[in-house]
Each structure stands twice: as structure tokens, then as C-alpha cells.
Design a binder for this molecule. Structure first.
Ligand code: ADP
Ligand code: ASP
Ligand code: MG
Length: 417
């Protein structure tokens, strides 16, 4: 007997028949004698609809009320799944974040989980009851519902797995594992049987939305054995209930991976904007004067490129922000223009960031040069580059995203044979 957390994303619970199918996956594990907590997302499209309503009423809405609204999607699914389970003879009840409680900080809309009291859940496990938990939500220190940022149900699941000391956390979704790149963009993408925490963290941070970034961090810190697998397969197909080797991708330590490639995957993020400041005074404190206020305005600045000034007096500074934050960023920059001292601000929307990821890069030279050559052969212009030990990120014009992903996927030998 083991303790398992099973998480089902939006497309996996998109309608009543899919919820029935999820109930069968849960029943399989219960029948095998396991203690089960299920974490559910809102039905596909629900959260977007709810977010849209808050924006329609007021673009500058109260974040606490936003959370009250958007957390509702998960409440519906948890109740429906509990009913579906009861209907097939599985003892189950729904739990909202505040009932457990899942305690978060006060950052409404992007809250972080601080503590989970798993004692009530464990007591119910002992009675053979399945806990169906609303993902994406918890309760803040102000005693109000808080949500964990888009895609946050992954994080709920891993945090609960850590909180109840589960043996495994299965993230069920609409693909059967983590692929070398988004299989929707590159049909030649290959499924990975394992990926290291570090690489998954980079993939997720750089745009692969198959797991929320924070969920990977938590899995890494709390050593949660996490699998990504499909809810669309027949729940009773052979091997589906294999405890040690379930079908899917295991997120694990680097040393659990036998065959390490130089490049493991390609990620992309659309809707990036490039902002350039022209003739910035070249003196100490300038970067702090620009990026401090942007950070205070909660704007996520990513790639930063600063030129060496030719005359020792002025330089150019370029960086990227999510397209949705451009107006906010321009407003902040206008406020600091006088104190920092620069001539002009230029901006360009509709950029994409394409990234090559692999821990094998640490010990291999020439990985970046291969990417630059391959992109140039396709006539793709590179706007900016950033690198770390295990990744290279390249900013390009949005319309070239798919071509760039496929080109890089192929040049590093990741295509399925
Ligand atoms: P859920 O609703 O189950 O949380 P998401 O839509 O958040 O599912 O994440 C699954 C999606 O992530 C897939 O449909 C796929 O298009 C996308 N994706 C992006 N990159 C990858 C990747 N490297 N491997 C697998 N899926 C990926
Ligand atoms: N329903 C939320 C969202 O769409 C959380 C999740 O699905 O993980 O972002
Ligand atoms: Mg998701």
C-alpha cells in the first residue's frame, strides 16, 4: 500500500464524460489498495472565462476579489469529481484550499504556499476516503482565498504530496509525458522517459507550460517523486497501475538518468517585447535606477543586454518583458527618465524567446554556435542572446517561432526517427 497524489488538469476534466474517466483512474489506484488524494483544475477554458469577467469589469481590479472569482472553477470540479467517485462506489469528499488549510502568503493572484496541514487528510485516508482537492487555491494570512498563479494546480499537487508525505505525485494531462519540445509545434518531438529537476525547471521557466515552475521547485526541494502522464489513455489498460514504472516521464535527479544527451529539449515563449533605452548615461547606479522601479511595479524583466559605451559617457540598454506589461513598463520608464538620464525609449512587441536546454552543455563546447548557424541558414535574425550553464535563450521575431523550434530540434538530433 502506498500514498499517491493524482492531479488532473483542465482538459482532463473538461466535461462530464472526462470527469467520469478521471474517476476510473482514481478507482484503479483505490482498488489497488493505495491511499489517494486527487487535485483538480477547473474545467478547460473556465479560468480564462472567469479572468475575462474580472478584466471586463475593471482592468485595475482588487486582486483579492479576482482570487474569489477565479478560484471558483476548481471548486466546481472538485465537487463534480467527488460525486462521480461516489457514483461508482468510491468513498470521496471534496476539499477547498481553506478547509485543509493550504496556507499561502498575501500575494493575491500569485500567492506562494507556506504551509499545509495534512493531518485531516491523513485521518480520512486511514478511513479509506479519497480526498478531492481544489487545486490553484489556498488561504492567505488575511483569511481570504488566494490563488497560486496560472497553472498553479501543479504546484498544489506537489505541495500536497510533500505535505502528506506521498510516495508519488502523478500529474495527469493531455500529453503522455514531457517531450523534447512542445509536441503541438513539432510532431517529431520525442517523449522523455526521465528528465532532471534542473532541466525541467529551465524548460518550465522558459515557456514549456506542461508544469508550473514552482511545482518543479517544490518537487526538487522536497524530493517528491513526480510523473507526468496522460489521463486520455484507458484507465484500465495494461501497465496503467504499475507502481514503480507508470507510463509517463519521471522528473528526477541527474544521476538517475543513464543516457545523458548534450541537449535535452527546446522551449519557447511567445509574446515577449523588447524595450531599448538609447543613450543611457554610463555611470554607477543606472541599472539600479531602471530595474529597481520596474521590479517594484511587478514587471518581470528577462533578457538584459548592455553595450560597452564607445565614448565612456553613454550606452544603450535593451531588455525584454512580457508583451502584456509593455504599457506599464513604459509608464515606469517615463517616470525615471529624468533621474536616470537617457534619450529615448523604443519598443517592439511580438517577439519570441526560443531556448535550448541540456545539462550536457556544461561539458560541451560549440552548442551555442550550432544554434546560431542553424538559425542563420533559415534566415532567422537574432535580436538578443542570454546563456547560463545549461541553457541558451535567443530572442527572435514572433512569426519565426515554429520554424526556429523545429530547426533547433532537428539540428541537435532530437527528432524522432
Ligand atoms: P493541464 O491543463 O493538464 O495542466 P497544460 O495545458 O497546462 O495542461 O500543459 C500541457 C500542455 O503543455 C501540452 O498540451 C503541450 O502542448 C504543452 N507543452 C509544452 N511544452 C511541452 C513539452 N516539452 N512536453 C510536453 N508538453 C508540452
Ligand atoms: N485553472 C488554473 C489555470 O487555468 C490552474 C490550473 O489549471 O493549474 O491557470
Ligand atoms: Mg497546466
Amino acid at each position: 500500500m502506498a500514498r499517491i497524489v493524482m492531479k488532473f488538469g483542465g482538459t482532463s476534466v473538461a466535461d462530464i464524460s472526462r470527469i467520469r474517466n478521471v474517476a476510473r483512474h482514481v478507482k484503479r489506484e483505490v482498488d489497488a489498495g493505495h491511499e489517494v488524494a486527487v487535485v483538480v483544475s477547473a474545467m478547460a477554458g473556465k479560468t480564462n472565462e472567469l479572468v475575462g469577467w474580472t478584466r471586463e469589469l475593471s482592468p485595475m481590479h482588487d486582486a483579492r476579489e479576482y482570487d474569489t472569482v477565479v478560484a471558483a472553477g476548481e471548486q466546481i470540479t472538485s465537487g463534480l469529481l467527488a460525486i462521480a467517485l461516489q457514483a461508482i462506489g468510491v468513498d470521496a469528499r471534496s476539499w477547498q484550499g481553506w478547509q485543509i488549510p493550504i496556507q499561502t502568503d498575501n500575494a493575491h493572484g500569485a500567492a506562494r504556499i507556506q504551509e499545509i496541514d495534512g493531518s485531516d487528510l491523513i485521518e480520512r485516508f486511514k478511513r479509506g476516503q479519497v480526498a478531492v482537492i481544489s487545486g490553484f487555491q489556498g488561504i492567505g494570512p488575511d483569511n481570504r482565498i488566494a490563488t497560486l498563479g496560472r497553472g498553479g494546480s501543479d504546484t498544489s499537487a506537489v505541495a500536497i504530496a510533500a505535505g502528506v508525505k506521498a510516495d508519488r505525485c502523478d500529474i495527469y494531462t493531455d500529453v503522455d509525458g514531457v517531450y523534447t519540445t512542445d509536441p503541438r509545434i513539432e510532431p517529431k518531438a520525442r517523449r522523455l522517459s526521465r528528465i532532471s529537476f534542473e532541466e525541467m525547471l529551465e524548460m518550465a521557466s522558459l515557456g514549456a507550460k506542461v508544469l508550473q515552475v514552482r511545482s518543479v521547485e517544490l518537487a526538487m526541494v522536497h524530493r517528491v517523486r513526480t510523473f507526468v502522464r496522460s489521463s486520455f489513455e484507458d484507465p484500465d489498460a495494461p501497465g496503467m497501475g504499475d507502481f514503480d514504472n507508470p507510463p509517463g516521464t519521471l522528473i528526477c535527479d541527474e544521476d538517475e538518468i543513464v543516457e545523458q544527451q548534450v541537449v535535452t529539449g527546446i522551449a519557447y515563449a511567445k509574446d515577449e517585447a523588447q524595450i531599448s533605452l538609447r543613450r543611457v548615461a554610463d555611470r554607477p547606479g543606472v541599472a539600479a535606477g531602471i530595474f529597481g522601479p520596474l521590479a517594484e511595479a511587478n514587471i518581470n524583466v528577462d533578457m538584459i543586454v548592455q553595450n560597452i559605451s564607445e565614448d565612456g559617457a553613454f550606452t544603450d540598454m535593451t531588455f525584454t518583458v512580457p508583451s502584456g506589461d509593455v504599457d506599464k513598463a513604459l509608464a515606469v520608464l517615463n517616470q525615471v527618465k529624468q533621474t536616470v538620464g537617457f534619450d529615448a525609449v523604443q519598443h517592439d512587441d511580438g517577439m519570441s524567446k526560443v531556448s535550448v536546454i541540456g545539462i550536457g552543455m556544461r561539458s560541451h563546447a560549440g552548442v551555442a554556435a550550432t544554434a546560431f548557424r542553424a538559425l542563420s541558414e533559415k534566415g532567422i535574425n537574432i535580436r538578443a542572446i542570454t546563456t547560463s550553464e545549461i541553457k541558451i535563450s535567443i530572442l527572435i521575431d514572433g512569426p519565426y517561432t515554429e520554424l526556429a523550434v523545429r530547426t533547433l530540434h532537428s539540428v541537435y538530433g532530437l527528432d524522432k526517427q
